[in-house]
Design a protein around this ligand. Structure first.
Ligand code: NAD
Length: 304
């Protein structure tokens, strides 16, 4: 049976353009009632109007779907809580959140102004936190919630000129890891998308034939899967051009040394072995790392 969202209420932030628009249209076409949020500013976060969100709402309605426009700035907690309150009043709940709104203020780190760093952190990381915070209690109370955060390869893997953006986008992974744990008991699942698509954010970076492959609609299936009933939790998916992948943070098996060898020279001498990734694993929580090291130390002591 195909994935449906009948009876579910979704908020998609930054849904007036690009990826958010594609996600909002996709959710509405599968039965969700959608809050199309967009503050409608320029790529650097300046300006603002409700027009972009209203245009997407009209598209959804024209296709027979249900949607409302909302112009909240995700970096303003009052506006975000007001958006959630309106959706709840109108439609009874908010079950699905796709935190997607974003801006760019690219500059090499040497030239980056403090304000460019703060603004990008505000919109991407604090804004995502505000959206999660505003829907969290309701999801927990109803024992159901699906949240997708929007990260980026720029943070996960690094990209010149994006210290602000990269930091914010990888900060989200920490947020996801903790929220997924805290949401587990009440069936609130939290996942992350790392997209690559042709939008106004990327249109100047690649040649036209590459951009033609990078349709925003190619990301939406991964986002909708991670917002669905049977979604995983604490998963990062990469998507673009029809490719879908899972991204994990891996830790090497590591090597345990006796206290007499706790020197930088030991680390240098064994670095090849320490960084051997052939038995690397993704750890499922902070204490798994602690437990792993305790077990390795105990095994070394038992062998001595
Ligand atoms: P886009 O510029 O087309 O869309 C972003 C939308 O967010 C815009 O409509 C904008 O008005 C809105 N927005 C910005 N600040 C807002 C705020 N404070 N409150 C509410 N709305 C706000 O860009 P896109 O490429 O569709 O980006 C969507 C998300 O995907 C962003 O988080 C972006 O960082 C991320 N991303 C995109 C790519 C890509 O290849 N396009 C790659 C990695 C990550």
């Amino acid at each position: 049976m195909s994935i449906r969202f009948d009876g579910r209420v979704a908020i998609v932030t930054g849904a007036g353009n690009g990826l958010g628009r594609a996600h909002a249209l996709g959710l509405a076409s599968r039965g969700a009632k959608v809050v199309v949020n967009d503050f409608g500013g320029a790529r650097d976060g300046s300006g603002g109007s409700l027009t972009a969100a209203e245009t997407v709402v009209e598209e959804i309605r024209a296709a027979g779907g249900i949607a409302m426009a909302n112009g909240a700035d995700v970096s303003n907690f009052e506006e975000v809580t007001d958006m959630v309150a309106r959706a709840t009043k109108e439609w009874g709940s908010v079950d699905l959140l796709c935190a997607n709104a974003g801006i760019l203020r690219d500059k090499s780190f040497a030239k980056m102004e403090l304000a460019d760093f703060a603004k990008v952190l505000d919109v991407h990381l604090t804004g995502t936190f505000y959206c999660c915070k505003a829907v969290w209690d309701g999801m927990r109370a109803r024992n159901y919630g699906r949240i997708v955060l929007t990260s980026s390869s720029s943070g996960l893997y690094g990209n010149f000129g994006q210290a602000n953006y990269g930091a914010a986008k990888t900060g989200m992974i920490g947020l996801m890891n903790v929220l997924a744990e805290e949401g587990r008991k009440t069936d609130v699942r939290v996942n992350t998308i790392a997209p690559t698509a042709a939008t106004r954010m990327t249109e100047e970076l690649l040649p036209p034939q590459a951009l033609a492959l990078m349709k925003p609609e190619a990301i939406t299936p991964a986002v909708l899967y991670m917002l669905s009933e049977n979604a995983p939790t604490r998963t990062i998916m990469g998507a673009g051009c029809g490719s879908f992948a899972v991204i994990k943070l891996l830790e090497s098996e590591g090597v345990n040394f006796a206290e007499t060898e706790w020197t930088p020279d030991t680390v240098a001498a064994h670095f090849a072995e320490i960084s051997d990734m052939s038995k690397a694993k993704a750890l499922e929580g902070a204490f798994h790392q602690t437990q792993k090291y305790i077990a390795q130390a105990e095994a070394r002591i038992a062998k001595a």
